[in-house]
Design a protein around this ligand. Structure first.
Ligand SMILES: Cc1cc2nc3c(=O)[nH]c(=O)nc-3n(C[C@H](O)[C@H](O)[C@H](O)COP(=O)(O)O)c2cc1C
Length: 193
């Protein structure tokens, strides 16, 4: 099979706690980000930006997650807080994908801008796979939290599309069953009566 197709067909997410050092270095990360900016983009709005968090900065992100959780859930247990604190430390590198929304655009409604940022995220995953790295796209309550957004310098109107955790995958990733194509594809030729 064509090598690119093989990469596309074989991509699978890796649990964040199985992504280890080394993370993509700056040059490799740039190659991955170059994939992101080829995302389809109605109206050339470039409705995405990428915040890179690695090394010590992950600890600062952990503190932000804890602060946000305490505001969301004032009675949160210490145990839950400890688990939250571990989240950003699971992988050596995190890229936060942000959808920068243009309201009332005449051609590209907000959903299309969000979709473009989703495509950018997926393209990063494919770029990472092509370079031999693993990744997983995560969201969770932190992705929708104003405290987290503010700490990362993200405007209220904008969205966290996801946290892309990146690193070296295990030598033998677990099996991933894909759906049957026939369950998801149909061929249309005339209106349904
Ligand atoms: C927008 C978005 C948010 C996601 N958030 C989470 C999440 O918070 N936790 C999680 O376990 N999986 C999440 N996923 C799913 C994983 O990224 C991944 O796609 C899933 O585990 C299936 O693995 P696969 O990519 O190998 O098919 C999310 C996927 C998308 C598209």
């Amino acid at each position: 099979m064509n090598a690119l197709l093989e990469t596309l067909h074989s991509r699978q997410s890796v649990p964040a706690n199985q992504l280890t050092d080394p993370a993509p270095n700056e040059e490799q990360l740039n190659q991955i980000l170059q994939c992101a900016i080829t995302a389809p983009d109605h109206g050339k709005l470039r409705p995405w930006r990428f915040i890179v968090i690695r090394d010590e900065a992950r600890h600062a992100l952990a503190d932000v997650f804890v602060k946000a959780a305490k505001i969301r859930e004032p009675d949160i247990s210490e145990q839950k807080l400890e688990r939250l604190k571990e989240k950003p430390l699971r992988s050596p590198l995190i890229v936060v994908i942000v959808t920068t929304l243009t309201k009332d655009h005449p051609k590209a409604p907000e959903i299309e801008q969000t979709l473009s940022a989703g495509a950018a995220t997926q393209l990063m995953q494919l770029g990472a796979t092509a370079l031999g790295f693993g990744s997983v796209w995560l969201s969770g309550a932190n992705a929708y939290d104003e405290t987290v957004k503010q700490a990362l310098g993200i405007e209220t109107k904008d969205q966290i599309t996801g946290f892309l955790y990146l690193g070296t995958p295990p030598a033998t990733p677990g099996p991933r069953k894909r759906p049957e194509l026939s369950d998801h594809v149909s061929h249309w030729s005339a209106p349904v009566s």
